[in-house]
Write a protein that binds this ligand. Structure first.
Ligand SMILES: Nc1ncnc2c1ncn2[C@@H]1O[C@H](COP(=O)(O)OP(=O)(O)OP(=O)(O)O)[C@@H](O)[C@H]1O
Length: 229
């Protein structure tokens, strides 16, 4: 579970990016964060994977206060949170396989287990025929699927995505969205920051709107016929 209690974040004095955020995201939820440019979406996401600590207030991940984590505890947090960015952040000189396997190498997995797990996840993403390619030979949608494979390969408890469909066409957007939904059905808590109204409207998930560092609106998940999660 993710809890933010009265969280303030100032990058500089007199430049407050988050202004008293209270938010609770249950285990297994799927939440969209939206709001105008500069509203604080990226800042809020960065708090969830320990890239920032709040200036004031508390961020708790499974009851653990992120601000009180020692430097040696932060890697444990990062293990349980997979992160996806709009610009993919893939390693340009590594193959698709290597870009994904790196997550498990860092965690100390053995070679055989890495091979099996990476292939399994790349197959799920429909990328098994491209394992030996480097990212520049892939389309934007394919690069994003590799970035998602990298984020999901160790079955993180939480998946955080910042404008993950920003540069993609509709077909690729749907593919990425389905991968999020499948991860969510498998139990991963998903938090996606996006401006993409179509993505939000097609999904019927909980929607949190930020403006000027504050939560200004929350719409609970709508249930749709035939949808179980
Ligand atoms: N590294 C930084 N140093 C100083 N100010 C920053 C920094 N990063 C963000 N800000 C400021 O914090 C505020 C919130 O930025 P943030 O990137 O979280 O917004 P956002 O909602 O993600 O915007 P966008 O939709 O454009 O990505 C903005 O006013 C921004 O200028």
């Amino acid at each position: 579970m993710i809890q933010l209690h009265n969280v303030f974040l100032a990058y500089q004095k007199d430049a407050t990016a988050l202004n008293g955020i209270n938010l609770r995201i249950e285990k297994g939820e799927f939440v969209f964060l939206t709001g105008p440019s500069g509203a604080g979406k990226t800042t809020l996401l960065r708090l969830l994977y320990g890239a920032l600590t709040p200036t004031r207030g508390q961020v708790l991940i499974d009851g653990q206060n992120v601000s009180r984590m020692t430097p040696s505890q932060i890697p444990f947090l990062r293990r349980s949170v997979g992160v996806v960015f709009q610009d993919f952040k893939l390693l340009p000189n590594r193959t698709v396989f290597e870009n994904v396997s790196i997550t498990l190498e860092v965690l100390g997995w053995g070679r055989a287990d890495i091979g099996k797990k990476v292939m399994h996840v790349l197959k799920q993403m429909g990328m098994e025929s491209k394992i030996a390619m480097t990212p520049q030979r892939l389309s934007g949608g394919e690069q994003q699927r590799v970035a998602l494979a990298r984020a999901l390969v160790n079955d993180p408890k939480i998946l955080v995505a910042d404008e993950p469909t920003g540069n993609l066409d509709d077909a690729n957007k749907n593919q990425i969205l389905n991968i999020f939904k499948e991860a969510n059905v498998r139990g991963t808590t998903v938090v996606v920051a996006t401006h993409d109204r179509r993505l939000i409207d097609n999904c019927h998930k909980r929607l949190v709107t930020l403006s000027k560092g504050e939560i200004v609106e929350q719409v609970e998940k709508e249930s749709t016929p035939g949808e179980s999660a």
